[in-house]
Design a protein around this ligand. Structure first.
Ligand code: C2E
Ligand code: MG
Ligand code: MG
Length: 569
């Protein structure tokens, strides 16, 4: 089959049928164009004839067209199809796919045959998609690298910044700034206000961070500043400025709130080479800064990390101990100095660790008290000790009380009085069989909150002891105003007797004062017969200590009672 067999009329009809715009050029000029081609360029077939097609090529694509034409004429193989921009007669820009071929006609002239497909619309959709994709990518980048609440760099961004900065700077200093007080705001007036306070914190911090420094929000109300460690002065200036910034309260519609900043600082490369460790060291330092009494900023040192790990481990172990009920109460009897009569016992907690055996409160209680773990532990002690008191009562013992030690946090929980009330009533245990021991510092640190609860407990009929007397503030005025029944002289005074004259005078003074205030006295830590006799001579009513018995597990305590006390019934 050969198209040359077709008449010119047929060929002309065929070309008219084509969907594409078709053109033929010699010497760049149009010698033929179909109606579609004319329509594409916004003109007529007649007007097109003899025109340079290049006149309709948009400036943007002119170089492309000329370059391809030149290479094709030189015999290079160039792709037949490419995208170019055209301009219509009225100046409208159109994107087309241009398909070109060249050949030499029978007279030896170079002829260009081409067709064009209008892809303006396709391109505009593509363009919209590109814009959308770009915006989407930008949004993803923003979400991944910036904090949506404050607009500051986030943790990931901080890590990336540290990675870059450590390549360009000789020494870096990472300051992690945490705040106490936000939880109270969230709890009392809601997260919305809490969020606004966080934004306000970010704004305040921005005012003290220089352009060359880096500020990020790492988590909650925790921010990080990266500065050069070369300038120690700047570092100290920043520490001072942070403290100064938060002396002012945050004013909200619900009132004024204060946040207290704490700073944990770690240095690159001294403390850590990689950025994740650097950050975790700053965290360790921050935790210590939070628990420090006198200073609110701490530089990382290796010991801190060990302490922190020990603390985390201990808290995890204690949580498990609560779940598995690994605690036990030991009982240490108290007897009168006159007739060696049993008058009570103090309940002392032990943690029966599967790995460590019996662990004394000195080794774990402070950890529990630094968190809310002391609440479930304290509740367990209350129940257990009251059950023991009830058991003694059922066995026929009388005139005794079981002493329960309470921590300051238990008073702060607000449920203490109710817990004791419920426990007593469930066990049908009269309140006088329970004695509550609080230290002077618990009582004095917490002020009215504790004294009000103690008054309620006293009104219920519980006896109240002031524990470790002499080691705390020893402010005596509260003894008069409060309803304490018993004063326990701290064992440190007894342990130096009878040798130390000053301790002897002190114990004498305490005993006399207690008598004047109608308080019973218990001397703690009596280890020898000599000390017991001395206490008796001084007029101290009751003693407790290794000389009488070490603290014992419940079963052993019952055996001790059997040997030493005759139940009334
Ligand atoms: P504490 O209330 O002053 O208890 C007396 C401490 O002195 C007990 O130490 C006891 O074993 C010890 N001790 C008794 N007699 C002697 C003695 O003759 N010589 C010497 N050197 N020590 C003696 P423990 O059991 O290690 O308890 C330490 C502290 O832990 C207690 O001091 C108390 O403050 C606290 N604690 C114990 N159990 C509990 C509890 O269930 N809850 C709370 N919140 N604190 C508790
Ligand atoms: Mg005690
Ligand atoms: Mg004590």
């Amino acid at each position: 089959m050969d198209i040359r067999n077709c008449s010119p009329a047929i060929i002309s009809g065929l070309i008219t049928q084509l969907q594409d715009a078709v053109y033929v050029l010699t010497d760049h000029k149009v010698i033929y164009a179909n109606a579609k081609m004319a329509a594409l360029l916004g003109t007529t077939v007649e007007a097109l004839e003899g025109q340079l097609l290049l006149n309709f090529v948009d400036d943007q694509s002119l170089a492309t067209v000329e370059d391809r034409y030149r290479r094709r004429v030189q015999g290079e193989t160039v792709p037949n199809q490419y995208e170019i921009a055209m301009r219509t007669a009225s100046g409208q820009k159109k994107w087309v796919v241009n398909h070109v071929d060249t050949f030499t006609d029978e007279r030896g002239a170079l002829v260009v045959i081409g067709s064009m497909k209008d892809i303006t619309e396709v391109n505009s959709v593509k363009h919209d998609l590109d814009v959308f994709r770009k915006q989407h990518e930008e949004r993803l980048f923003r979400d991944a690298n910036f904090d949506s609440l404050t607009g500051l760099a986030n943790r990931l961004n901080l890590i990336n910044h540290l990675t870059m900065a450590k390549k360009h700077q000789d020494g870096l200093c990472l300051i992690l700034i945490g705040f106490t007080g936000l939880r109270e705001i969230n709890d009392s007036v809601g997260y919305d206000i809490g969020d606004r306070v966080i934004v306000a914190v970010a704004r305040r911090l921005l005012t003290i961070v220089d352009d060359a420094e880096f500020l990020a929000r790492v988590a909650g109300v925790q921010f990080a500043v990266v500065v050069s460690s070369q300038c120690e002065e700047r570092l100290h200036e920043l520490i001072g400025e942070v403290s100064g910034l938060f002396k002012r309260p945050f004013v909200t519609q619900f009132g004024k709130f204060y946040l207290n900043p704490n700073l944990g600082i770690s240095l690159h490369p001294g403390d850590a080479v990689d950025e994740i460790t650097l950050l975790s060291h700053a965290h360790a330092a921050l935790s210590h800064a939070k628990s420090a009494d006198t200073i609110n900023w701490i530089f990382y040192d290796e010991q801190l990390n060990k302490d922190l790990h020990a603390r985390i481990q201990m808290l995890a172990n204690l949580r498990e101990a609560i779940q598995r009920e690994q605690f036990e109460l030991f009982y240490q009897p108290q007897i009168t100095t006159g007739e060696s009569k049993f008058v009570g016992a103090e309940a002392l907690i032990r943690w029966k660790s599967p790995e460590l055996g019996y662990v004394t409160p000195g080794q774990f209680l402070a950890y529990a008290e630094s968190t809310d773990l002391i609440i479930p532990i304290g509740d367990w002690v209350i129940t257990q000790a009251c059950k023991q008191a009830k058991a003694l009562l059922d066995l026929g013992y009388e005139d005794f009380s079981i002493g329960i030690n309470l921590s300051a946090k238990q008073f702060a929980s607000g449920d203490l009085v109710q817990t004791l009330k419920t426990t007593l009533s469930l066990l049908k245990l009269p309140a006088r069989f329970v004695d509550i021991e609080v230290t002077e510092s618990t009582f004095l640190d917490m002020g009215e909150e504790v004294s009000n609860q103690l008054k309620e407990l006293s009104a219920l009929g519980l006896s109240l002891s002031i524990d470790d007397f002499g080691t705390g503030y020893s402010s005596l005025s509260y003894l008069q105003s409060m309803t304490f029944n018993i004063l326990k002289i701290d064992q440190s005074f007894i342990s130096r007797l009878p040798g130390s004259e000053s301790d002897l005078n002190l114990v004498k003074a305490i005993v006399n004062m207690s008598k004047a205030l109608h308080l019973e006295i218990i001397a703690e830590g009596v280890e020898t017969e000599q000390q017991l006799l001395l206490m008796k001579d001084l007029g101290c009513d009751i003693v407790q200590g290794y000389y009488i018995s070490r603290p014992m597990p419940a079963e052993e305590f019952l055996l001790w009672l059997e040997r030493n006390v005759q139940p009334k019934t």
